[in-house]
Structure formats: structure tokens, C-alpha cells
Design a binder for this molecule. Structure first.
Ligand SMILES: N[C@H](CCC[C@H](N)C(=O)O)C(=O)O
Length: 258
């Protein structure tokens, strides 16, 4: 069985990455994945990602949340797996790969990965928030004093009270002095705040444009763990050619000993 793992981080969203092209990883073992992701009992990560072969594209991304269950699309994980595929010499500068929400194009130059996200056809307006699916479900809510928000508490409350068992990722956003947006995200499946969430950053950028809080189609979003940029086109409420761009880095290599 493949026991070598790599650790990647994309703006502070961290992942255990495993080359599973030989398909030896015991995917059905939810507890094992949760243990690997546990920050005290395991390696520690927001999620675990398997890189697998795919007949039609360069590779397949299989993403598990830190609770061990397969997640929906992960934007930062998608950027990190592109860096991993580049490291493994599966790809050069450009790639197309398959993930749970479909095909993704991406480009990597010097640890900066630009990842094409799935089109977003609908932004739902709630009483004081927006909801949309950018590959993963996201609640987007404007707040004042983002820094002092008790995110673990507020995020968990909304995640369960509005969205029930299936849940949603919860983003809080505040405009900053530079004309960009600051974001903090509570992630479903991690059930806590993470330092960055790529599909959440994407949702915030589209949401701010939708609300008329910016007329730019290149939007800078600052997560706690770093800076990301989202570019897109919009026509009659449909967002396409959405790209999420930022750093994705390998931080270490190790060996699992289960
Ligand atoms: N961290 C991820 C989001 C993971 C989504 C996951 N928490 C779920 O709802 O299944 C990102 O960068 O987009």
C-alpha cells in the first residue's frame, strides 16, 4: 500500500495529499481518513486528497473533509492538487482534470495556481445573506467587525439552523480599505473555521458583484491565511469563466505508519 504522503497548503487551507494512481488507498475507511486529518492523533489537515488516474483527463481529484467523508468541490485543494500533479511530472504548465463537480482547467506558474471553477447559474437571496453553489454550497453574509466575530459559534449555529443536516459552508465578509474584501469561513466537514476556503472565496467575490458592492470582475479577497484573486464573466446573472488564483505549496513529505 502507498504510505508516502505529502502535505500541501493553499493560503493556509492544508491537505494531506496521496498519489493513489495504484488505487491502494482504503477509501472506505472513514475513520482512518479522519485520524490522518486529526491535528492531535494524526498528521493534521483540513482534508485529505487522492490523486488518481482518469482516462479522459490528466488526473482525478478525490477529496475528503477532515471528518473522513467525501466532500464536495474544494477550491484550495484543487489548486494544491495541480501543484502536486506538477511535482509528480504528470502535467507541465496547463492541465485539465476531473473532480466531483466536473472538469477543471488550471495553470501553474511558480507555485501560483489559477483554477477554473464550475459556472454558477444562480445566486439565491436570503433575508440578510446569499446562498450559492460554487462546487460546494456557500452562505455569504456581510458583517461589520469581522475580526471580532466568534466564527466557530456563529458558523455552527447558521450551518445547522438554516441548512439542516446536509449543512453549508458559512462565509462572513467585510469590505476593506483597499476596495477588496476580507473573509472568514466556517467549513462544513471540518466543523470549524479554516484559514481559507477557495470555493468560499469564489462565492464571496460573485456575491459582492451580485449585490453591486463592486463592479469589478477581478476581485481581491483576503482570507486569514492569505490572498486570493477571483476573475469571472457575468451575463444575465450567470457567472462563467470563473478563475481562482493564488499560491499552493508543498510543505513536507512523510510516511504513514498505520
Ligand atoms: N476548503 C474547500 C471547501 C471544501 C468544502 C467542504 N467543506 C464541503 O462542504 O464539503 C475549498 O477550498 O473550497
Amino acid at each position: 500500500m502507498e504510505k508516502t504522503f505529502y502535505k500541501y497548503q493553499g493560503t493556509g487551507n492544508d491537505f494531506v495529499m496521496i498519489d493513489n494512481r495504484k488505487e491502494q488507498f482504503p477509501k472506505e475507511d472513514t475513520q482512518l481518513i479522519a485520524n490522518i486529518c486529526h491535528r492531535r492523533f494524526g498528521v493534521g489537515a483540513d482534508g485529505l486528497i487522492l490523486l488518481e488516474n482518469d482516462d479522459a483527463t490528466d488526473f482525478r481529484m478525490v477529496y475528503y473533509n477532515a471528518d473522513g467523508r467525501e466532500g464536495s468541490m474544494c477550491g484550495n485543494g484543487g489548486r494544491c492538487i495541480v501543484a502536486f500533479a506538477h511535482f509528480l511530472e504528470i502535467i507541465k504548465k496547463d492541465t485539465v482534470f476531473i473532480a466531483v463537480d466536473g472538469l477543471h482547467e488550471a495553470t501553474i506558474v511558480n507555485d501560483i495556481v489559477s483554477l477554473k471553477m464550475t459556472d454558477v447559474g444562480e445566486v439565491k437571496e436570503k433575508s440578510n445573506a446569499l446562498f450559492m453553489d460554487t462546487g460546494s454550497p456557500h452562505h455569504v453574509q456581510m458583517v461589520k467587525e469581522l475580526k471580532s466575530l466568534d466564527l466557530a459559534k456563529e458558523g455552527a449555529r447558521l450551518r445547522y439552523s438554516i441548512y439542516g443536516e446536509k449543512g453549508s459552508n458559512i462565509n462572513f465578509v467585510e469590505e476593506n480599505a483597499e476596495g477588496g474584501f476580507d473573509i472568514r469561513t466556517y467549513e462544513r466537514g471540518v466543523e470549524d473555521e479554516t484559514l481559507s476556503c477557495g470555493t468560499g472565496v469564489t462565492a464571496v467575490a460573485l456575491g459582492m458583484y451580485h449585490l453591486g458592492n463592486t463592479s469589478e470582475r477581478t476581485i481581491a479577497v483576503n482570507a486569514i491565511g492569505g490572498h486570493l484573486e477571483v476573475t469571472f464573466q457575468e451575463e444575465q446573472g450567470v457567472f462563467s469563466n470563473i478563475f481562482l488564483k493564488g499560491e499552493a505549496k508543498q510543505v513536507f513529505k512523510g510516511e504513514l505508519t498505520w
